[in-house]
Design a protein around this ligand. Sequence first.
Ligand code: NAD
Ligand code: ZN
Length: 391
Amino acid sequence: MKAVCWHGKHDVQVDNVPDPKVLNPRDAIVKVTLSAICGSDLHLYNGYIPTMKKGDILGHEFIGEVVEVGSGVKNVTRGDRVVVPFPIACGDCWYCQHELWSLCDNSNPNAWMMEEIYGDTGAGIFGYSHLYGGYAGGQAEYVRVPFADVGLEKIAPGLKDEQVLFLTDIFPTGYQAAEQCNIHQGDTVAVWGAGPVGLLAMKSAAHMGAAKIVAIDKNPERLEMAFNHCQAETLNFEEDDVVEALHSMTGGRGPDSCIDAVGMESEGIGMEAVYDTVKQTLRLESDRPIALRQAIKACRKGGTISIPGVYGGFVDKMPMGVVFAKGLTMKAGQTNVQKYLRPLMQMVEKNEIDPSFIITHRMSLDEAPQGYKMFAQKQDGCVKIVLNPQA
Ligand code: NAD
Ligand code: ZN
């Protein structure tokens, strides 16, 4: 079969690889009907996750049709159209039993690596390096889905692939980011990053009753999408003094909640410096537009900082004094996709939110290398690229 494989920094290629097989009784094989490139894939593409190997199959946002199941699979069967959550969860461990599927203790065969780095385990993730279990991803014609009984959600009849694809990751991620803010009617929510995650966080915040939404980015097409689709006011972090502008938009108080939908590739961090302890101090210059630092500075006292943006290692020296002085709440983490799948699919069915508005480019699998380049450089008005492996 064909699959999008990682070959090194800024180098993805479409390779012919062996078809996946059922390896465990709880596995299913899914024929991928639609897949997407995620901002998280850019961390791999840009070479920031050191646990990738040449030939690893990419992709953690995909849906498809079940074509084969192992003998132990009961909830799905051949022919079912399914959404596959990006975190792999066993369903049996303490975390899964407490509905914290994205923190599963049993789904990452390389948990030791995670423990060595972070002092604790983390769930396996499709197509997301050996640190997350080394699972083959879904930017491919077929994919093996372990623990197929846990979390796979059958697609309601009548819903199109493009309407449900983002339930795999970025819609729950945007939704969880907004939910973590505990939004009250009339709140102001500021969102750093008007990429797919930021836009879906804005959409969710509006749905939860936020009266004012402020989108912060530099990319004009993305800010325009935030304005047109999410009724957001916009700030360009290259032109505006973001913290000052947010204070003056909120009568001097600051937004009630701030969402960092940028993460470790925030402009101003200088990722090269992350691995270079000598240069780490560079990141402390306060005039740099580091999303998280600005969010902490801008947020009103008693407000919430919600961090869907991905961080690894020591990316920003945290101004803990400000967090303490202002009594801020901070929440972060891999999205607990399984928790949101069903309710969010029902919202799509009722036409309350259609997350497909973010799609700007549709490509075949063969065009993926060009797609990665375009998405990484935010060229050609690119917000979200979907790949059709069967085209
Ligand atoms: P993206 O790269 O398309 O969007 C990021 C946006 O941030 C870009 O538009 C960029 O111009 C903007 N940006 C850069 N520096 C900024 C700054 N200083 N201030 C404001 N905006 C800035 O990515 P995406 O797909 O929207 O994903 C966003 C983040 O969410 C990534 O870190 C991704 O890894 C993460 N993510 C996390 C989860 C999770 O489970 N928590 C799931 C999916 C994605
Ligand atoms: Zn993703």
